[in-house]
Every structure is written in C-alpha cells, then in structure tokens.
Design a protein around this ligand. Structure first.
Ligand code: NAD
Length: 248
C-alpha cells in the first residue's frame, strides 16, 4: 500500500471498541495518530504506548465531539503538533435505545448531537486544513440501521442515516480539491455497544447474517485502512457495508 511514512490520522472516540482498533491499524499503516477521547483517560495511556511501540507519534486530545468548540480544539491540537491532517475518522458514537412511544426527548437529542452533529463538527473544522493541503480522506462510521431502520432505534438510525447524507454532500463539495469522503456501515460488531444487548436480540440478529458470525473490530478497521490509503483514491461518496451480508 502506497502511504507516505508520516501521514497523520485523527480518530474520534478512540479509547475503546472500533475506534481503538482503527487507531492501532492506521498506526500499523504508518500514520502518526491523534486520538480523541471524551472523558475517561483510563485506557488512553495504554493505547498511546501501543501506538508508540509501532514507531508512530501519538497525541491524545480530550473533547466532546458534540460541542462545536471542543471539536475545533481536537483538530487544532492535531494541526499544532503534526502540521497536517490526512485522515479524519468520525467514529465517536452512542446509543440510547427505546421504542418511539417511550423515547424521551433528551434521548433523541443526545444521540443526534453526538453521532450526527459530532460528525458535522469535526468535518467542519478539518475541511479548511484539508482544503489548504488539497488532499485528505474523511471516513464516517454510519451503521446498517441508517439504511434499513430498526425498531427501538429511531434516534440512532436517524443519526446514522444523516451521516450518510453528510457523507454524500461533503463528497460532492470537496471532490474537486482532492478530498475523498466515504462512510462505512457496520452491522453487528462485538464491542461494549453490542455486549449490552440481550441474548434474545443477539440470537435473532445472528440468524439474519449470511456469513453466520458477528463482526469484529478488525473487520471494520480493515476497511477503514483501505479507505484511508491511496488504494481508494477513486472512491468517494460511498457507503460500504461491513455486515456479513446482513443488508444487500
Ligand atoms: P463503544 O461504545 O465501544 O465506543 C464508542 C466510543 O465513542 C467510546 O470510546 C466513547 O467514549 C466515544 N464517545 C462517545 N461519545 C463521545 C463524544 N461525545 N465525544 C467523543 N467521544 C465520544 O462503541 P463501538 O461499537 O466501538 O462504536 C464505534 C462507532 O461504530 C460508533 O459510531 C457506533 O455507532 C458505530 N457502530 C457500531 C456498531 C457495533 O455493532 N458495535 C455497529 C454499527 C456502527
């Protein structure tokens, strides 16, 4: 894969789960890494050590992506230290599941604020940097439920569908300046987010997966690695499902 040795990637919500796996994978690919985490720095030191052991520079920036000024600071810190940003991975996300008739207003707002507005905030602040460079890759983590919908996830599926809209509109706006914008739509990936689901939901979901297994964080990190590399230079505005064939 043709990646200059010291390109720079920012990954939001990277302290654990899919974000952590993406940070490690992009470090293996030769990127210097800026990891963002929201509040707990418990796992962050260990992750930074692992990235450094791969021969890459790493910084960690605390910040809530749903707050415009905090998102600005995440990008600003990365630029201060590394002088450039080649890849932004909008990974930070939350769920607050519940049926429509029982969903509290705050549960809707929070999920939209973190998943959808957080993605906008980071793209908004990284775009001037990438426009100046005339290059960059933005990779947004959507979800298959943003395509199909899901009972009990009106808030989350709306946010993830919105991310697909942001991806396509931004791809159109930035394409002429050498910036690619794509999304991945994972299905059921084994992380803390899905560990909390009931055994019944897990069994029912497994039945809908043609490849007959849940996804791993590495399944997602592999595709993000491809979208971050020059191998995907002719791909923009696309949504790639990583779901074992769940949605086709
Ligand atoms: P996770 O809960 O393990 O990780 C989410 C990360 O986002 C955490 O580190 C958390 O601290 C961070 N985060 C939450 N709110 C934040 C905020 N306001 N600012 C900054 N960081 C914040 O979940 P995961 O499964 O690793 O999910 C990663 C992404 O993948 C999310 O966008 C999620 O919606 C998406 N996704 C996950 C699955 C799955 O099956 N696990 C499927 C489809 C999409």
């Amino acid at each position: 894969m043709d990646i200059a040795s010291k390109n720079v990637a920012i990954i939001t919500g990277a302290a654990k789960g899919i974000g952590r796996a993406i940070a490690l994978r992009l470090a293996e690919d030769g990127f210097d890494i800026a990891i963002n985490y929201r509040s707990s720095s418990a796992n962050v030191k260990e992750l930074m050590d692992e990235i450094e052991n791969k021969g890459c520079k790493v910084i960690a920036v605390q910040g809530d992506v749903s707050i415009f000024e905090e998102a600005k600071n995440i990008i600003k810190r990365a630029v201060e230290v590394f002088k450039r940003v080649d890849v932004l991975v909008n990974n930070a996300g939350i769920t607050r599941d519940g049926l429509l008739l029982r969903m509290k207003e705050n549960d809707f707002d929070k999920v939209i604020e973190v998943n959808l507005k957080g993605t906008f905030n980071c793209i908004r602040h990284v775009s001037p940097v990438m426009l100046k460079q005339r290059s960059g890759k933005i990779i947004n983590i959507s979800s298959v439920v943003g395509i199909t919908g899901n009972a009990g996830q009106v808030n989350y599926s709306a946010a993830k569908a919105g991310i697909i809209g942001i991806t396509k509109s931004t791809a159109r706006e930035l394409a002429s300046r050498g910036i690619n914008v794509n999304a991945v739509a994972p299905g059921f990936i084994k992380t803390d987010m899905t560990n909390s689901l009931s055994e019944k939901i897990r069994e029912n979901t497994l039945r809908t997966i043609p490849l007959k297994r849940f996804g791993t964080v590495y399944d997602v990190a592999n595709v993000v690695s491809f979208l971050a590399s020059s191998d995907s230079d002719y791909i923009t505005g696309q949504v790639i499902n990583i779901d074992g064939g769940m949605v086709m």
